[in-house]
Design a protein around this ligand. Sequence first.
Ligand code: CO
Length: 289
Amino acid sequence: MEEYEEFVKAGKIAGEALKEGIKWVREGIEYREVAEKIEEYIKAKGAMPAFPVNISVNNVAAHFTPSQSCRDVFKKGDVVKIDVGAHINGCIGDTAKTVEVGTKKYAKLIEAAEEALKAAIDSIKAGIKIGEIGEIIEEKIREYGFTPIKNLHGHSLERYKLHAGLSIPNFKNKSKVELKEGQIVAIEPFATDGLGMVVDAGLGNIYRIEKDSIMARELKKRFNSLPFAERWLYEIYGEKVPFKLSFLLKRRIIAPYFKLIEAKGGVVSQAEHTLFVTKEGCEILTEIK
Ligand code: CO
């Protein structure tokens, strides 16, 4: 299979997994159950999770997955972002959506992120400048009366590289860098009624390999350079996970991702698709019709 075809296939699986996963988000259901079901779905379709399913609720924006011992359940009124990644031989589809549990109080906030994503997608073709994309996203979110999150960006994707160098801000900026034909990019506007910044707020139960070491051989073999969940380590280390984790962290063989929360406690919405940039426009690889 060619790289393009692998991205197309991974994108489709990520999109389907998200579509299914969203249906499982209901009052009283555990975060962990939804994350595990989505990850199982991805595997059943012949791909692998490209990163742990991110479940970010209310003022949490990103970089959180439930831990093995997490018993948190969705509550009525929660604004839930589900961010899903699937990969085939390192070719990644990355997609996210926001839902509100049982209420419609934040419908406009959710719509703001979705419409900003749509407007960006409509504008994307080879030659568009990163600064222009940011401006389109910011304008749409502000039209709704909300603020884009400034320190969370879209990104380019390459085989086994979730963030492949190109960063696409969600606000007007001066970047003259142009998207190129054949590039794979994930666009992910975040909207909030808060300040428009995220800050670290403790462990997100997501890790990455930081240093090549014989002690990370098993992790490297399984996850390559992609982020992995604390939950996933139970398959490898069994009951020794807490000990192994602190050992690997202390030696800086692995590094943690921190949960990102809105700086002023604002509620956050997110929408994301992975795109293949063409001369005339783009193909939405994670969209399920
Ligand atoms: Co992404």
